[in-house]
Structures are given as structure tokens and as C-alpha cells.
Design a protein around this ligand. Structure first.
Ligand code: NAD
Length: 305
């Protein structure tokens, strides 16, 4: 049994902390929201009064926070000043590559190990312990990171040195954001050409246009395996989170001098969908924007389908 500090108990962190507690670890949990801490206690964690208190005497500190600024503040101001030198810090949030690298350097200066380990998989995978982790850390430290993440993971992949986990995450999500738009555009065109959506699914998912966005997460309701489109685009991967990841990808591309015109287009389209008021819908709902049928999303929001 290890003593773990878990900081950030939101949609993702709640399930992840519960998995660590279920694996028999002593989990000191902290969140700015008292309600989130109460929920964590109900799932087997112990309440800590602050991030610094949670980290006191911890062998492992896990953060699952909204963005780079939150992780920097928590690790720099609350965790690093008092944490044990033998502790391992793992940030599982999706943040900018520069923040991840800066935190790794800061931790190294303080004599503490740090890994960036963002995840693929949503709330259901966090609760089931089936997330995929993409890890940036020194190769020699990877086995420890892998063992620490095991109760929450389906797979733990070493992407490279510090920041590489975040780099892998934004590249993956840029592919996902772009491929979903391609699938949605194709469905919108097929509709105009008089093709039935189930036929589009049957053909494309067995042809060269096949990709996860159509085969496993079809944006057209009632077609293909169960996905958020079948429940009014509720749950799943929220448009505002996809937009966040695409913004991170564009910022990284600008800093690195990479040309990512498709990523830029994708960012613009999800930004438009978000500004129209659909940031809390699954990102595959962008299909209805392409079809010119945003009314379908509103009907679903009112329980009209
Ligand atoms: P969330 O907003 O539900 O949870 C974040 C939690 O952090 C909140 O409970 C908030 O109160 C807490 N928090 C903020 N500042 C804090 C501080 N200073 N100290 C302690 N707690 C603080 O977000 P989420 O959906 O759980 O996502 C967390 C991270 O995981 C994000 O970086 C997100 O991009 C990434 N992610 C989310 C999903 C998803 O499907 N939700 C999937 C993959 C990755």
C-alpha cells in the first residue's frame, strides 16, 4: 500500500482517485470544491484540508486539473515546497507542452521526480480504470510511473522525455478532431446526394475512409455502435474540451514552426460550434452544424426526440 495525494477530483479525477483507493492505497484527496472531496471520501479516499496537506508524506502525488496555470500553481506553491524528495509527481491533466517541461525542470531542481501523463478516454474509462496514459519522463523512471498508474490504466505508453506525453496527446486529439469533421462533412454530403446514413456507415466503415470517428463513434444517431449521438450528444467528449486541445495544438505548432492548416480549420469550426452554445455537447454534434440542422440539437436538449 502506498500513500497517494490526489489533487483535482472533477469529472475525471473522481473516478481515478476511486480506482487508486480500490487498489488498496491510502489516498489523501483534495479539491477546491468541498462537494468533490465529499464524493471522494464516499469512494474510499480520505479528505485533505489543502493540496500541501495532501502531499505531506506522500510517496506519489497525482494532479488532474483543468489547465497549465492550475497545475503550475498547485505544484509550485503547494506541493514542491513540502513534498518528500523520494516522492514521484505525476500530472495527468492535459496542459501545454511548455508548462509540462517547465514543471519537470522545477521538480528536478528540487530533487523530485516528475512525469507528464495525460490520458485518452473519458469519464467512463476513468471510472472503469481503462484509461490510456501517454507518459513523458526519463526512461529510467518509466517503470515506476507505469506501476503507479496501473490501477487506472488499460495501457501506459512511454512517449519520450519530459513534455512528450503532452505532445503525443495533442497530436492524437488533433487527428481525432480533424477526422470527425471529415466524417461529418461526408454524412452531410451523402444526405444531399440521397444516400441513406446506414448505407454510408456500412460502406465507409469497410472502405478506405474507415476511421475511429465513423466505425466506433458514428456522429449520425442510430447508426453504428452506441455512441453519444444516440443520446442527444450528451456526455462523451465535450466540444469545449476538444476546442481546448486544438488550441493547445495550434499554440505548440506556432511555437515549433510546424504547419498545421487542417488543425487550424478544425479549431475554427469547433470554436464556432462552441460559440453557438454547444460547448457542453459531445464534439460529434458538429454533424448538425454541417447539415444546417442545429434545431435537432435543440430538440434533443429539450427532450424532444
Ligand atoms: P473538471 O473541471 O471536471 O475537474 C477539474 C477539477 O479541478 C475541479 O473539480 C476543480 O474544482 C479542481 N481544481 C481546480 N483548481 C484547483 C486547485 N487549485 N486545487 C485543487 N483543485 C482544483 O475537469 P475534468 O473533466 O476532470 O478534466 C481534468 C483534466 O483532464 C483536464 O486537463 C482535461 O482536459 C483532461 N481530460 C478530460 C477528459 C474528459 O473527458 N473530461 C478526457 C481526457 C482528458
Amino acid at each position: 500500500m502506498s500513500r497517494i495525494a490526489f489533487i483535482g477530483l472533477g469529472n475525471m479525477g473522481a473516478g481515478m482517485a476511486a480506482r487508486q483507493a480500490a487498489a488498496g492505497h491510502q489516498v489523501q484527496a483534495f479539491d477546491l470544491s468541498g462537494l468533490a472531496v465529499e464524493r471522494a471520501v464516499q469512494s474510499g479516499c480520505m479528505a485533505a484540508g489543502s493540496a500541501a496537506k495532501a502531499a505531506e508524506g506522500a510517496e506519489l502525488v497525482i494532479t488532474m486539473l483543468p489547465a497549465g496555470a492550475h497545475v503550475r500553481q498547485v505544484l509550485t506553491e503547494a506541493v514542491l515546497p513540502g513534498v518528500s524528495k523520494s516522492a514521484l509527481l505525476i500530472d495527468c491533466s492535459t496542459i501545454d507542452v511548455d508548462s509540462a517541461r517547465a514543471l519537470a525542470a522545477e521538480a528536478r531542481d528540487a530533487g523530485v521526480s516528475f512525469a507528464d501523463a495525460p490520458v485518452s478516454g473519458g469519464i467512463a474509462a476513468a471510472e472503469a480504470g481503462t484509461l490510456t496514459f501517454m507518459v513523458g519522463c526519463e526512461e529510467a523512471r518509466f517503470p515506476d510511473v507505469q506501476a503507479a498508474l496501473k490501477p487506472m490504466a488499460k495501457a501506459v505508453v512511454h512517449a519520450g522525455e519530459a513534455g512528450a506525453g503532452q505532445a503525443a496527446k495533442i497530436c492524437n486529439n488533433m487527428v481525432l478532431g480533424i477526422s470527425m469533421l471529415g466524417v461529418c462533412e461526408a454524412f452531410a454530403l451523402a444526405e444531399r446526394l440521397g444516400l441513406k446514413p446506414d448505407k454510408v456507415f456500412d460502406i465507409v466503415s469497410q472502405s478506405s475512409g474507415q476511421c475511429w470517428s465513423i466505425s466506433s463513434y458514428c456522429p449520425w444517431p442510430g447508426v453504428g455502435p452506441a455512441s453519444p449521438s444516440d443520446r442527444g450528444y450528451e456526455g462523451g467528449f465535450l466540444t469545449k474540451l476538444m476546442l481546448k486541445d486544438l488550441k493547445l495544438a495550434q499554440a505548440a505548432a506556432a511555437a515549433a514552426g510546424a504547419a498545421t492548416p487542417m488543425g487550424a480549420q478544425a479549431e475554427g469550426l469547433y470554436a464556432m460550434f462552441d460559440r453557438l452554445g454547444y460547448g457542453d455537447k459531445d464534439f460529434s454534434g458538429v454533424l448538425q452544424l454541417m447539415r444546417g440542422h442545429l434545431d435537432e440539437l435543440d430538440a434533443e436538449a429539450r427532450g424532444g426526440r
